[in-house]
Design a protein. Structure first.
Length: 83
């Protein structure tokens, strides 16, 4: 078993910070070096609940947001299937 960390998205917090930044979704995506599709999914897709730690840090930097305000670490246990 392996443990991995992903960052849970506070969707309303992300939406609020993005709106306050006065950047378009596309401009934010460009500055954060992520796809516009990912930004859209984070805002609208109920299934998109986590991002990688590196992605969260990049987005926080662009938004000038303190850590753990928009993204929260969550530990997952990954169980490998024995074939």
């Amino acid at each position: 078993m392996n443990q991995r960390i992903a960052m849970r998205i506070n969707k309303q917090g992300f939406r609020d910070y993005l709106e306050a930044s006065e950047m378009s979704q596309r401009e934010f995506a460009r500055r954060a070096k992520v796809s516009h599709t990912l930004v859209q999914q984070m805002l609208t897709d109920s299934k998109k609940t986590h991002v990688r730690v590196s992605t969260a840090k990049s987005m926080e930097k662009v938004l000038k947001c303190p850590g753990n305000l928009i993204f929260f670490p969550e530990v997952f246990t990954v169980v490998a299937n024995a074939a």
